[in-house]
Every structure is written in structure tokens, then in C-alpha cells.
Design a protein around this ligand. Sequence first.
Ligand code: C5P
Ligand code: MG
Length: 160
Amino acid sequence: MEYRHGIGWDLHRLAAGRRLVLGGFEIPSELGLEGHSDADVLSHAITDALLGAAALGDIGLHFPDTDPRWRGADSTLFLRTALQMLQEHGWRLVHVDSTVVLERPKLGPYRDAIRLRLAAALELDPARVSVKFKTAEGLGPAGEGRAAEAYAVVTLSRDA
Ligand code: C5P
Ligand code: MG
């Protein structure tokens, strides 16, 4: 077996009047994420990790934020498309690990709902999908409550 790891990161500003969607699941929150699509920072980081592991470029290459097709888009579409692309290159997705950095609200109660959405989009057993949460201790854009960040790592395998 040949194995590859991919890393992804993303950041979106927090703003009033926007939805907070993480991994395709909408979290009740006063503030949401700004962006061209639904601004699902977690799905964007995982999409980049998938593309990176297969050396297929990045999210902006395949889904440019200048393209009106992606305005308000459900970002799990990016996950599904990246999965399909790597499968076309013979890769199988083994697992996903991720961290969302957000001061509030507390995301722990939504962990399993987010994992189930991601698992469905990525055709994975939920046991292979990990989602973790951190505050930034009041420091930096995330800590000051101005942004959310997400980090993701994925592993792919392929017959050597
Ligand atoms: O950032 P900190 O180390 O204080 O986070 C402690 C725990 O709080 C995390 O491990 C996570 O379980 C939870 N948390 C959360 N929602 C957030 C941030 C942290 O549920 N927005
Ligand atoms: Mg993004």
C-alpha cells in the first residue's frame, strides 16, 4: 500500500446576519461566517487536505470564489467533488482529523452531528472522522471573536 497525508487550513470572518455552518451542519449562533459560499471553514480545510494529499491543487483552483456557481454554495459539494477526484486517481480516503478554532459558542454538543454530516459527504464510517474544538484564549483574530479557523489532516491509501 502507498499512503499519503494531506494538510488543510482555512479562516473566515465572523459577522452578524450570516449562518455558522461547520462540516455541513448549521450551529445556532448569533454570528456566522462571511464568504462567497456558505463559508463552511471546516469543509474548506478538509477539501484542501484531500486535494493536497492527492497533489491535485487547492480549493481555489477548482472552486474559485469569483465563480457565481459557488455563491452561497453548500461546501459539502466541494468535499464530495474532491473525494470523487481523488478516487479517479485510485486513492481511497482512510480518515480525517480536524480542529476548529472558535471562541464561542461551545461546539462540543454538536460534535457527533458534524461528524455524521462529514462522514456522509466523504462516504466514510463516522469512526474515521474526528472533529476537535479549541478556543484561542482571547488572542489573535479567532481569540478576539472576529474569525473562525479550521485545520485538517487526511490520510489516503492506494495499491502500490
Ligand atoms: O481552548 P480550550 O483548550 O479552552 O478548549 C477546551 C475544550 O473546550 C476543548 O477541548 C473543546 O472540547 C471545548 N470547546 C468547545 N467549543 C469551542 C471551543 C472549545 O466545545 N468553541
Ligand atoms: Mg473558506
